[in-house]
Design a protein around this ligand. Structure first.
Ligand code: 2HG
Ligand code: ZN
Length: 468
């Protein structure tokens, strides 16, 4: 635990105020609470200070100063993470990049945009749209998450089956390493066969190697009039059968699923059922459908699935507004259950192994949590399932977390047999650190440690996150 005696910490912070404007070196309780945690809400924020540099040189000065005085730094974006990677509960200095929020360059020929790390994801999406293009990395927290955080966690989201992860869209990165050096990585190039690609080490590094300060992102052509189908599915096995059939005929841009139990929470918040009948599961399928070109094909596929008994009911959007409404049934789930302090798991397995894993997990969860509300949803088309266990109102938080942690071990043992990952897209941070060995073996973790040592020899960058 890094805690400095008050006199020492006051002097340390005065030292920072010598190169960052005093108004941007904050110690008030509100800032500590806001900037000291992410959306996990499991840890008590306790940063020494929150620092908001406005220039890259200030980030470098801060890292050098932190090395001199052994001050731990926690890089901070929109703090929408769900694994505690942006939590400062051990007297660290939070480094918020939110003042570095400018779009710096756009090139229509390259189809690329260069922006500072603190630009909000949705601002990049809107910027691309206003220039006739599309930034396809998308998820429910688009309005608050920041590009730097997206990159530091290699954010996934709802369009991965067609567009891949954040990693696939980053063509350039400027980073300040844990040693205080500014590296200009790959400079927007598509091809660059000159040895190790350090850019990819920083993507997904969760702030443990340094701070991302600038990024160049590729853009795509816009989606052409996407249509959305929501289908009611009686049995888990039907889900992947539907996926297989639909993707043979249509180029899908999303294939999501959620359970009836999960749906009920968004209905409680005022959304409407997509159709009258209830089924234990639902899938949401999105595909480009310019001028309704593929509607007949989609309806024929719907009929085929119905004949096989894979689906019981369904609806197809008739307008952009209706497509958006249908998306909310899936996208609003996470926020709608936040008040129940869910224990979250975010697992991944190869697509072909999803049905067998689902069956095994379902059986295990029903056995281990007979009286808990367990909600399933996620990006099943890329093999990513979110499992949320809601805390019963009368259960004490620590006891609940302990029980869930024990069941997670059974879950991860099964997952390991399937060659899966204990974190598909939410990262490791603090909450999944104890389970990392289920996905990365000791030899591999020793290489991760060695890499960290190169970029951050004094261990000041987000210590205690991913691994110890
Ligand atoms: C989603 O897909 C987010 O909605 C959040 O990744 C998942 O709340 C969750 O477990
Ligand atoms: Zn997700």
């Amino acid at each position: 635990m890094t805690l400095y005696p008050p006199s020492e910490s006051a002097a340390l912070l005065d030292g920072i105020r010598a190169f960052i404007e005093p108004a941007h070196v904050r110690t008030d309780p509100d800032s500590a609470l806001t900037y000291g945690r992410d959306w996990t809400r499991l840890h008590t924020p306790n940063p020494l200070a929150v620092v908001l540099p406005g220039r890259i040189e200030q980030v470098q000065q801060l890292v050098r100063y932190a090395n001199e005085h052994r001050l731990p730094l926690v890089p901070s974006g929109g703090r929408t993470g769900l694994s505690g990677a942006a939590v400062a509960c051990q007297g660290e200095i939070v480094v918020s990049l939110e003042r570095l929020n400018r779009i710096l360059d756009f090139d229509p020929v390259d189809r690329s945009v260069t922006c500072q790390a603190g630009v909000v994801t949705e601002v990049v999406q809107n910027f691309a749209r206003d220039h006739g293009l599309y930034y396809p990395v998308d998820f429910a927290s688009r309005g608050s998450s920041q590009i730097g955080g997206n990159i530091a966690t290699n954010a996934g989201g709802i369009k991965v089956i067609r567009y891949g992860l954040t990693r696939d869209w980053v063509t350039g990165l400027k980073v300040v390493t844990g040693r205080g050096d500014l590296l200009d990585l790959n400079r927007g190039l598509i091809k660059n066969a000159t040895g190790y690609d350090l850019r990819h080490l920083f993507i997904g590094s969760e702030g443990t190697l340094g701070l991302i300060v600038e990024a160049t992102l590729k853009l795509a052509r816009p989606l052409r009039e996407p249509s959305v189908l929501v289908l009611g599915v009686p049995d888990l096995n039907g889900i992947m059968a539907i996926y297989d059939l639909f993707r043979r005929k249509l180029e899908l841009t999303a294939f999501e699923f959620f359970s009836e139990l999960a749906l009920r929470h968004v209905l409680n918040k005022g959304l409407h059922r997509p159709f009258d009948s209830e089924t234990p599961y639902y899938v949401l399928i999105e595909f480009e459908n310019p001028d309704g070109l593929h509607t007949d094909e989609a309806l024929a596929l719907f009929e085929q699935c119905a004949e096989q008994g894979w689906l019981a009911d369904g609806v197809i959007s008739q307008s952009e507004a209706q497509a958006k409404e249908l998306w909310r049934l899936r996208e609003d789930i996470s926020e709608s259950i936040a008040e129940h302090q869910p224990y979250k798991n975010d697992i991944a397995v190869r697509i072909a192994r999803v049905p067998a894993l689902l069956a095994e997990m379902d059986e295990l969860l029903q056995r281990e949590y007979p009286d808990f509300e367990v909600l399933w949803y996620g990006h099943i088309g890329d093999g990513n399932l979110h499992i949320n266990i809601l805390k019963p109102a009368d259960r004490e938080s620590a006891a609940f977390a302990k029980q869930c942690g024990t069941v997670s071990e059974h879950l991860f043992e099964a997952l390991q047999r399937y060659g899966g990952s204990i974190s598909a897209e939410h990262g490791v941070g603090l909450t999944k650190k104890p389970y990392l060995h289920y996905t990365r073996d000791e030899a591999e973790i020793s290489y991760l440690r060695a890499i960290k040592q190169v970029f951050d020899p004094q261990g000041i960058m987000n210590p205690g996150k991913i691994f110890d």
